[in-house]
Design a protein around this ligand. Structure first.
Ligand code: AMP
Length: 587
């Protein structure tokens, strides 16, 4: 396809505002693309490479301005381009405002034998300028691929040369969309959904298999071509591939209340405070990109960027623990000498590091923790329920079949429960161990790449905390018989105290012992295991929401109260009032 045809269509799409019309234009563009279909399916979204491919053009705006200036003529400098950009605010409009063509010199003749800085020539009679020669989308693609591959000394000059050669052959519309493509600023209103719908319409296949194939491959070019050449059966055959990342499933904020209302039970996991990773490992394939693994290993970031070389610990982990091809989803966490998690900022010192990795590794140690499994030993698992994927994760990571889950290295435990107290206890353990809190997941949900849905929820941090007076407690049972627990919380109402709930979970034995020592002297009455306390101690508690309730004398109840600490600095006079509780309830 001629690049001019692509540019004309892009201009038409840009001028269109109706979504259906845009889909129809993209459909026509794909239908007309012929052999260049994969390229056109990417270009129209402003991409040169497939979404999974972390290759970048590595072109700064200045490189692009320089190439435009050079193609625009001897009197034009990059500063002129910048001035026009300051006026119009858009690089496409600036590129379109010049009259290109006929400039000679290095790289001018990209269409012919000139290949790179050394391949310059003055014989650009192929180049009539102003788009009169046939610049094709393939030529643009191939030149940009060469440009992306340029590295080392002189590579910036080579990039400018190659880009100049392209602009020099552009008409005004072609230049507009070339400049935008190169700077990732296509912005003609074509999103991923548009291309998905256009592929389905163009090649008469249902949207659903197109969508699935896109999720699995992250390659609009491949999916468009397969839909055209092999229809639904071809699309259905597209599978996950080791080395080709999948978009990460995302979480939204949620509460225990909502999770338990929505699902019969919630799958609960610790939320690790690190950076998302996707590990691809194939021990049967020795072709490893960095050469120091026993198999093929790739590590990708949440944005599908390759971060393998920055994280040798993860590569080593894969070598040691995985003996079948697998794709695992997880988090890489920085740890101290005892293996306890360190704050997120520490991981960042390692995450995208390109140089001095060995030195950085001496300063900050990281370890992976995996919570999902997308592929195991030849089987794609995206459509499997969470619990089944987690079982697979356990079996790929276990050193031996009977290994206790707690003993498995790099494995995130998962509890399925409908008991809010158990969830509180898991949350307390997570915080106690130094993690961020908990994730609540729908146990039956499939893996939806790139989606931020209700099936994964990170528990919302408390919006507010309350300082409540402890007015009662209960002696525990069994191991905890000598500790006070289940503390009654109250707020002030004038001179009176009115109860708002009880906090029982989320407190370690060590803490219970400390609280018992603190509260025992204030016991004023006992009835069985229940004790009444004189108001003396104030607890800071978190909660999910305030409800009206006939159970407590205040008329309100805190949902999922959590013990956060003792307010040693506050006496009971400083505790919350019923009035404030009412205000919080109203809001
Ligand atoms: P946020 O970044 O705050 O939206 O929280 C979601 C992120 O938490 C995910 O993208 C992961 O990087 C991270 N995370 C930590 N632990 C888990 C877990 N057990 N399950 C899913 N995501 C987790």
């Amino acid at each position: 396809m001629e690049f001019a045809t692509f540019a004309n269509r892009a201009a038409t799409i840009e001028a269109e505002s109706a979504d259906l019309e845009i889909v129809a234009h993209v459909r026509d563009l794909l239908t007309e693309a012929g052999d260049d279909l994969p390229i056109v399916a990417r270009f129209v979204q402003g991409r040169v490479f497939p979404a999974w491919d972390s290759t970048t053009l590595d072109i700064g705006p200045n490189t692009c301005y320089e190439a435009i200036a050079r193609a625009a003529g001897t009197n034009v400098g990059a500063d002129d381009v910048e001035e026009r950009l300051a006026e119009s605010g858009e690089i496409g409009a600036v590129a379109a405002s010049y009259d290109f063509g006929g400039q000679q010199g290095l790289g001018a003749f990209v269409g012919g034998g000139g290949s790179g800085a050394g391949g310059a020539d003055d014989d650009n009679d192929d180049n009539g300028g102003n788009g009169t020669d046939d610049l094709t989308v393939r030529k643009v693609h191939d030149t940009l691929t060469d440009l992306a591959a340029a590295e080392g000394s002189g590579s910036q000059d080579r990039k400018v040369d190659l880009l100049f050669g392209l602009f020099n052959r552009c008409s005004s519309d072609e230049a507009r969309y070339l400049a935008r493509l190169v700077l990732s600023e296509m912005r003609i209103g074509v999103g991923e959904g548009t291309v998905r719908d256009a592929i389905a319409e163009a090649f008469d296949v249902p949207q659903e298999p197109v969508e699935r194939a896109l999720q699995v491959s992250n390659d609009y070019g491949q999916v468009a071509e397969t839909a055209r050449n092999d229809g639904v059966s071809g699309l259905d055959e597209i599978e996950l591939k080791i080395g080709r990342p999948v978009q990460a499933m995302l979480a939204q904020a949620g509460t225990v209340t909502d999770a338990l209302e929505e699902w019969d039970a919630a799958a609960v996991e610790w939320k690790y405070d690190g950076a998302r990773i996707q590990l691809h490992h194939d021990p049967t394939n020795p072709g490893n990109p960095d050469g120091d693994s026993n198999g093929e290993t790739h590590v990708f970031s949440r944005n599908m960027e390759a971060v393998t070389n920055a994280l040798p610990e993860v590569v080593e982990f894969a070598d040691q623990h995985l003996d079948c091809p697998a794709i695992l989803d997880g988090e890489v966490v920085a740890i101290d000498d005892d293996g306890s998690p360190l704050p997120f900022q520490e991981v960042l010192k390692r995450f995208r590091r390109k140089h001095d990795v060995a030195k950085a590794r001496e300063d900050v140690t990281v370890r992976p923790v995996f919570f999902d499994c997308l592929h195991a030993d030849g089987d794609d698992l995206l459509e499997e329920p969470l619990t089944a994927r987690h079982d697979q994760l356990q079996s790929v990571l276990a050193a031996e079949p009977q290994q206790e889950p707690e003993e498995i290295d790099g494995f995130s435990l998962l509890w399925v429960t409908d008991d809010p107290d158990e969830i509180e206890a898991i949350d307390a353990d997570a915080l106690e161990t130094g993690h961020e809190g908990i994730m609540l997941k729908n146990p039956d949900s499939t893996y939806s790449p790139g989606r931020r849905g209700k099936n994964w929820q990170k528990r919302k941090p408390d919006v507010e905390t309350l300082d409540c007076v402890v007015t009662g407690a209960e002696w525990g049972e069994g191991r905890r018989a000598t500790f006070l627990g289940t503390f009654e919380l109250s707020v002030r109402d004038g001179d009176d105290l009115e109860a708002v709930g009880k906090v029982a979970t989320g407190i370690t034995d060590e803490k219970l012992e400390e609280l018992t020592e603190l509260l025992e002297p204030h016991i004023v009455a006992e009835d069985g295991t229940a004790v009444e306390l004189e108001p003396a101690v104030v607890f800071e508690v978190g909660y999910e929401e305030i409800q009206t309730s006939p159970t407590y004398s205040s008329g309100y109840a805190l949902r999922f109260p959590r013990f956060l600490g003792v307010r040693y600095d506050k006496d009971t006079e400083g505790a919350e009032t019923l009035e404030r509780l009412e205000t919080l309830f109203e809001s």
